[in-house]
Design a protein around this ligand. Sequence first.
Ligand code: FAD
Length: 435
Amino acid sequence: MIKRRDFIKLLSSAGVGMTAAGWSGFAAADKRRTTSAAAAVVPTIAGVKGRVVVIGGGMGGATVAKYLRMWGGTGVDVTLVEREPVYTSNIMSNLVLNGQRTVQSLQYGYGNLANKYGIRMMQGNVVAIDPVGRKITLADGTLLAYDKLVLSPGIDFETVPGLETAEAQAKVPHAWKAGQQTTALRNMIAAMPNNGAFVMSIPAAPYRCPPGPYERACVVADWLRRNKPGARVIVLDANPKIMAEPNAFLEGFALHGIQYYTNAVIDHVDTGSMSVYTNLGRVDANVINVIPPQRAGAVITDNGLADVGGRWTGVNVLTYEANHIAGVHVIGDASATTQPKAGHIANQEAKVCADAMVRAFAGKNPDPSPVTNSSCYSPITADTASWLTAVFGFDAATGTMKVVGGAATEAASRSKDNYEEMLKWFNTLMSDSFA
Ligand SMILES: Cc1cc2nc3c(=O)[nH]c(=O)nc-3n(C[C@H](O)[C@H](O)[C@H](O)COP(=O)(O)OP(=O)(O)OC[C@H]3O[C@@H](n4cnc5c(N)ncnc54)[C@H](O)[C@@H]3O)c2cc1C
């Protein structure tokens, strides 16, 4: 069995060679090759050999690529295919809405993955997966063969009636994939009149980042309270209750005077009159932020890999191999597990997956009792935050990851200290995935 201490020992070995990674289209600053840096962190390990393609360079994909090289060594050839030139973090993106961050401050390049870890980076959009022939196809026709495939494409959205067109979506942005829409939503909030209404909706679970929408409501309401007298925040939640950190958010909602409605299901949105029609009635708004229902990234649903409700991929949580597709592993938001759809958990799943793959390449079985943890900090005001954390352990009886101790732990109250800790946690997590 390959033990963690062996990996650590091997990580310290110097003078290891690396393969020159291929390149196509990433930012110029990322194009340098520093093979000596890779030599310092990518060991040579006899008997570990394999070829992995990773689709999606986000929280799950970047982490699995990096740890496959760190733990598997030079014998594990890793190609990471990502359609964007840089990654934009969703984590902390609610702070763009109150002007505390910019989208640019949340961007991470792929230079370290290429230069330090010798990962072959390819910019492209994967359109087809052939699990039998073990190859994938990019939109430009490029074919890539693999021994093992990792999919971490994140989410895509169901269509909300009234928001089918690009024009309607520009008027009512979801801003649930950080980027241009996040800045657009910030600008709409900043332009709201005094006494205006910001109406947002939360889809039925499961969705990306359980506390995220409630955090958004608090951050926006906090800013409006200080900058737009009389403005209101109205939250239409399709769920029967707050889905994470209820104590912190109920306190935040009371503090900010947020109007919160449960079991509120959207029928359609009229972008002409800026009205949301729900089972509870019509709500008029100055700014509407509908967070649509979600499913795994299109590369999964389009290729028939979503076996859970037609939306997510069921996996073996010892390896993250898809239950019905040999050689295809799915991590992060796109997989269906008992763990939350969160960046911290995507990072953890990536490590369990990388470890299991390296063991498999060495002819070994996966770790029979993996442990993961999830941490989430939620800003409630511009300088206070709350947190939620849980440790998950493998439960052999059910084959699932179960919360150790039975329940997640929530901060006793929001505080300025928590806010400071949040920034440290964020930087540490992003470094673990991208640096
Ligand atoms: C507002 C907000 C706040 C959040 N806050 C937190 C938080 O505080 N803590 C936390 O843990 N999580 C948080 N999250 C959740 C977190 O962002 C996600 O859970 C995490 O990003 C999931 O990682 P992933 O790898 O599955 O997907 P992503 O990080 O979204 O990465 C997917 C990548 O795949 C690429 N891709 C997709 N399809 C293809 C294709 N066909 N070809 C090539 N590339 C492709 C995409 O471009 C993208 O870069 C938050 C989310 C939001 C929206």
